[in-house]
Design a protein around this ligand. Sequence first.
Ligand SMILES: C[S@@+](CC[C@H](N)C(=O)[O-])C[C@H]1O[C@@H](n2cnc3c(N)ncnc32)[C@H](O)[C@@H]1O
Length: 388
Amino acid sequence: MSMDETESALRLVEIEGRGRALVASQPLKAGQIVLRDSPIVVYSALPLIKHQFSASYCDNCFRMIPLSTNATPCTSCSYNHLFCSPNCFTAAIGSSHSPWVCQALSRLRECPSLISQPLELQVQARFLIAAYNLAFVSPSQFQVLVSLQGQGSPSDAPSAQFLHSLISSICPPPSLSLSMELTAALLAKDKLNAFGLMGPFSIQKDGQRSVRAYGIYPKASFFNHDCLPNVCRFDYLDSAPDHNTDIIVRMIHDVPQGREICLSYFPVNLNYSIRQKRLLEDYGFTCDCDRCKVEANWSDNEADAIDDNENEEELMDEDDEEQMAASDTEQEAAGGDTDFPHAYFFLRYMCNQENCWGTLAPLPPSDSSPSKLMECNVCGNLKNDENY
Ligand SMILES: C[S@@+](CC[C@H](N)C(=O)[O-])C[C@H]1O[C@@H](n2cnc3c(N)ncnc32)[C@H](O)[C@@H]1O
């Protein structure tokens, strides 16, 4: 298997017990961009009916639309989906906001049995509309979506059944024969592979960043999880001049050729039992990474002392030789505790901004010299790497 040429840093392989995985096809450097990926589908994370005072986002690219800006409303729906520019509206009509999407969302909004449901189910309905739409606006990308990991499971069957009956009866997609199995499989693929695209970080809101939209990325979907990852991903929803829904994956530290490249599926500060529970319930596997092997032997008190916070976000990977294998002095600075070999990782790569829990990766190296500036993938702060 191979990724295309632009992603020559990574190679797609099959690893027993882990499925498809991405490994370094050459030695990789801290800060190096190893993947830029564009979504095959992006959909809103908001309730179907907007709260009166909620901020406005473009219904195509999800940039914030400032109050002072003249947004472009959709001309064919009574709900007035908004777009940040006439160009974005034109692009959306041929893709994410096709006439069928426009009509289907309007019908779902008029459906009390859905509108009264929790946000999660309403967002799943939005995903299904976006996914079925993909089947006729881009059949090849729909096939890519179908090829991603995820099969329906009995615990998710009731919501799949509810949404399947609703959509089949009030807004059946044109030219696609719907089946309950397809609906359940699509929902499972969304659960395992969707990345949250976040609004800006705010200390005032206890560091919570609200998810503005979800995206499914065909290549980034091959990253497996590690509780101390070696890459983290960045998105620049409001600030990127174009392709603003792309994600960028950068190395946290150097790794040798052949090493598996892993993201963390949530913030690194979560404790062992919470991580294990989430990985089993949401992703269907038992994590036996090096960090979990160490923490499995801790008492509850030790685990709580390391992290008492359950915020959601994103982590990073470790590896014994490099980052853990910092100098003795660095290890001592991190506590010098052999029961806590990943202390160095937290000290160097976890953001120290209050309530942030983001992960730091250096900016891309220039002229092959490493950058001294570390960027947080949650709050966006830049800080000098004190190891220089
Ligand atoms: C986003 S996909 C990653 C790519 C996936 N391995 C594949 O074959 O397409 C997430 C799924 O990968 C598998 N996975 C991810 N990290 C893993 C790990 N550390 N150990 C075992 N399986 C893992 C789980 O099945 C999980 O639900």
